[in-house]
Design a protein around this ligand. Structure first.
Ligand code: PXL
Length: 275
C-alpha cells in the first residue's frame, strides 16, 4: 500500500537549479512530498538568461509519462514550460481522463524576456489544457494573454480570474499581482469566493523561478488533500520567505531560497546574500 504523497512536474529544465523542474523538485522535497519529473524541454540557461532550448520529441515525453503513471501514480501533477502545440495536444489527451489534481503554471516568457512557449501555443494552452486544470497560476502578462484584455488593477485581476474559471473552464485561478504597481496582491477565484493574498514587497533582483516554486507548493499541498484556498495560502507564505531569504548566488537574477521558510525570524546569515 502506498502511503507516501507523490507529485509530478512536467516542465523544462534549469541547469543552474533555480527554475523549472529543478525548482519544482526542491519545493516538493521541502513540502515532504515525493517528487517526480517529466522533462519537456532541456534549456541551456542560467541566472543571466536563456541561451538555447532543445525540445524533446513529443513521443519521448509521452514515454516518460507512461513510465511514471504505469509505476507510481502521482497524487497531483503540475505543468510548467510546454513549448509547442504538439506537446500540449499530447498532454491534453493524456491528462483528460486522469483524476489527479492538475496545476497549470502557464509559463510563456522567462524573466530575461526569452520566449519559453512558441507564440501560437498560447491560445492552445487556453483551449486545451486550462479546462482540465484544478488551478491556473498566471502572472499579469500571462493572464492578459489568456483572457484577452488588459489588467491594470485589482478589479481587472478579479475579472480575469473569474473569466479563467467561468469561461475557460478551470476549477480555480490565482492571478498573481506582482506586476501591478503598489501592494502585491494575488487574487484567487474558486467559483464560490474570491480570496486575497497579500505580502510586503521585498526589493530584490533574485526572483528567478518564483512562479515555478509557488505553483509547485500548491501542487504539493493539493497532493496532500488540502483545499485550493489553503494550498495557495501555504504557497504564498513559502514563496514570500523564499524571496526574502534569497541566496545571492549567480551573476544575474538569482534563484529564491527553497529552505527560506526555515530561516524565518533569523537574521540573514546566508552566505553571499546582498540585501
Ligand atoms: O519561471 C518560469 C520558468 C519555467 N520553466 C523554466 C524556466 C522558467 C524561467 O526562467 O526557465 C524552464
Amino acid at each position: 500500500m502506498n502511503q507516501i504523497t507523490t507529485a509530478l512536474t512536467i516542465a523544462g529544465t534549469d541547469p543552474t537549479g533555480g527554475a523549472g523542474i529543478q525548482a519544482d523538485l526542491k519545493t516538493f522535497q521541502e513540502r515532504e512530498v515525493y517528487g517526480m519529473s517529466v522533462v519537456t524541454s532541456i534549456v541551456a540557461q542560467n541566472t543571466l538568461g536563456v541561451d538555447a532550448i532543445y525540445n524533446l520529441p513529443v513521443s519521448f515525453i509521452e514515454k516518460q509519462l507512461h513510465a511514471v503513471f504505469n509505476d507510481i501514480e502521482p497524487d497531483a501533477v503540475k505543468t510548467g514550460m510546454i513549448a509547442t502545440i504538439e506537446m500540449m495536444e499530447m498532454l491534453a489527451d493524456f491528462l483528460k481522463d486522469k483524476s489527479v489534481d492538475y496545476v497549470i503554471d502557464p509559463v510563456m516568457v522567462a524573466k530575461s524576456g526569452h520566449a519559453l512557449m512558441e507564440e501560437p501555443s498560447r491560445k492552445v494552452i487556453r483551449d486545451m489544457l486550462v479546462p482540465l486544470a484544478t488551478v491556473v497560476t498566471p502572472n499579469i502578462p500571462e493572464a492578459e494573454i489568456l483572457v484577452d484584455f488588459k489588467i491594470d488593477n485589482i478589479d481587472d485581476a478579479k475579472r480575469a480570474a473569474k473569466v479563467i474559471v467561468n469561461e475557460l473552464g478551470a476549477k480555480a485561478a490565482v492571478v498573481k499581482g506582482g506586476h501591478l504597481s503598489g501592494e502585491a496582491i494575488d487574487v484567487l477565484y474558486d467559483k464560490q469566493d474570491f480570496h486575497y493574498y497579500k505580502s510586503a514587497r521585498t526589493e530584490t533582483k533574485h526572483t528567478h523561478g518564483t512562479g515555478c516554486t509557488f505553483s509547485a507548493v500548491i501542487t504539493a499541498e493539493l497532493a496532500k488533500g488540502k483545499s485550493i484556498a489553503k494550498a495557495v495560502t501555504i504557497g504564498k507564505k513559502f514563496i514570500t520567505d523564499a524571496i526574502q531569504y534569497s541566496l545571492g548566488v549567480g551573476k544575474g537574477n538569482g534563484p529564491t531560497n527553497h529552505w527560506g521558510y526555515r530561516l524565518k525570524g533569523l537574521p540573514n546569515q546566508v552566505k553571499g546574500r546582498e540585501e
